[in-house]
Design a protein around this ligand. Structure first.
Ligand SMILES: CC(=O)N[C@H]1[C@@H](OP(=O)(O)OP(=O)(O)OC[C@H]2O[C@@H](n3ccc(=O)[nH]c3=O)[C@H](O)[C@@H]2O)O[C@H](CO)[C@@H](O)[C@@H]1O
Ligand SMILES: C=C(OP(=O)(O)O)C(=O)O
Length: 422
């Protein structure tokens, strides 16, 4: 099993290219199921989750290929498609639930395994099921599978008003894709506004979908009978960019993130500035400079445009060595503090009380062997390892490979002492 060996204490200098967003690319790969014409995506990141999603599409009969362009991938769901997502292929990736909407919308039936258990919380899919039922689908859960079909006599989902009990990102994406091919108008109330949603909507519009209001909490979709092929560039990964910003802020140094979108990261950038980092941004770049000890920042995770839960662990690593005491409140997932015990093995002082972690900044961390428990927890341990004295070994980095495109190569290029070992 791969591990990372990090020797801490180096400042970071240079440039990093930010990859395409995992959380935009995953629904966009699923959207290729909506048409029998070829679709080209560019800027698809090289990640384990993308490879898993590609295997799932291959299994269904979609022809997939990579090409020379940066992150270029071609998809063609023009032949016979088996609308089934087996457990073996979906167990490691929750985003596999995103094939349900497109399969139902185009083929009228689907059999999709419930996604596997996830360390950060229970993560039910009840809202996905309820919303698609409101669009006329019959869905039963049996033997661990969602078995969905249209009632006899119907060939398309029907437009509906869907108001979810909470804001759900992949739920909104499933409904968008399903509604694009439905009969009539769908209105999504309480829709997620994360930048990955408008990016998916832009792709669907390029395929011929009629969508308005994406990027707000109310989205209108006028269903069309068929969608055509398109070419779409995956938006830059705001969480990868935020992770590098926190890494440089914590270690000190000056780094430019190419393709970074500061407008998608305002909540994180505001906190980094308050902490003392200097951040400038322009068209397609973000520059971060940091020296000396930062001031700890309290924050609370909320839906976009609030502070993203996917940046909580990385910012907490920074708070561990900042001056002062901070509170970190996690409101989205009930079990997203698993990095805390590992950060404490490096010398961090943290106490958890329900949804709140109280972090007392210390002057230094000291390297140790730690275990990654989930994707962003892994990134927080890497940041902590970069600032800790001596050697840190981060074990189980298959979590990191799910969502970061060559993280150690990018960090080494800006001066980090980090290597992958087996
Ligand atoms: C592939 C992808 O894009 N993943 C992101 C997506 O996950 P994902 O879309 O799975 O997260 P949601 O926005 O759906 O989850 C928000 C909350 O709603 C709950 N919920 C959700 C759906 C449902 O049917 N029932 C239910 O109870 C969840 O358990 C969670 O507590 O948004 C999360 C919140 O920004 C991010 O952390 C993930 O990185
Ligand atoms: C939780 C995450 O991803 P997923 O929803 O794919 O598990 C994440 O990207 O931080």
């Amino acid at each position: 099993m791969d591990k990372l060996r990090i020797t801490g204490g180096r400042t970071l200098h240079g440039e990093v290219e930010i990859s395409g967003a995992k959380n935009a690319a995953l629904p966009e790969l699923c959207a290729t199921l909506l048409t029998d014409e070829p679709v080209t995506l560019t800027n698809v990141p090289r990640l384990r989750d993308i490879a898993t999603m590609r295997s799932l599409l291959d299994h269904m009969g979609v022809r997939t290929a990579t090409h020379g362009e940066r992150g270029g991938m071609d998809f063609h769901a023009g032949g016979p498609i088996t609308p089934e997502a087996p457990y073996e292929l979906v167990k490691t990736m929750r985003a596999s639930v995103l094939v349900l909407g497109p399969l139902l919308a185009r083929f009228g039936h689907a059999r999709v395994s419930l996604p596997g258990g996830c360390a950060i919380g229970a993560r039910p899919v009840d809202q996905h099921i309820k919303g698609l039922q409101a669009m006329g689908a019959d869905i039963v859960v049996e033997h661990g599978y969602m078995v969905a079909r249209l009632p006899s006599g119907r060939s398309r989902l029907k437009g509906a008003r869907i108001a979810t009990d909470m804001v759900t990102v992949t739920g909104t994406e499933n409904f968008l894709m399903a509604a694009a091919l439905a009969d009539g108008e769908t209105v999504l109330e309480n829709a997620a506004q994360e930048p990955e949603i408008p990016d998916l909507a832009e792709m669907l519009i390029a395929m011929g979908a009629k969508i308005e209001g994406h990027g707000t909490s109310r989205i209108h979709v006028q269903g069309v009978e068929r969608l055509h092929g398109c070419r779409h560039q995956v938006v830059a990964d705001r969480i990868e960019a935020g992770t590098f910003l926190c890494a440089v802020a914590a270690t000190g140094g000056e780094v430019v993130l190419r393709h970074g979108r500061a407008d998608h990261l305002e909540a994180v950038i505001d906190k980094l500035r308050e902490a003392g980092a200097v951040i400038e941004a322009g068209e397609g770049f973000i520059r971060v400079r940091s020296e000396g000890r930062l001031k700890a920042q309290s924050f609370r995770t909320t839906e976009y445009p609030g502070f993203p839960t996917d940046m909580q662990a990385q910012f907490m690593a920074l708070n561990c060595i900042a001056q002062g005491t901070s509170t970190v409140t996690e409101t989205i997932f009930e079990n997203r503090f698993m990095h805390v015990s590992e950060l404490m093995r490096l010398g961090a002082r943290i106490q958890i009380d329900g949804k709140v972690a109280v972090v007392e900044g210390v002057e230094r961390l000291s390297g140790a062997t730690v275990m990654a428990t989930d994707l962003r927890a892994s990134a927080s341990l890497v940041i902590a390892g970069l600032v800790a004295d001596g050697e840190t070994i981060v074990d189980r980095i298959y979590h990191l490979d799910r969502g970061y495109d060559q993280m150690e190569t990018k960090l080494r290029a800006i001066g980090a002492d980090i290597e992958r070992i087996r």
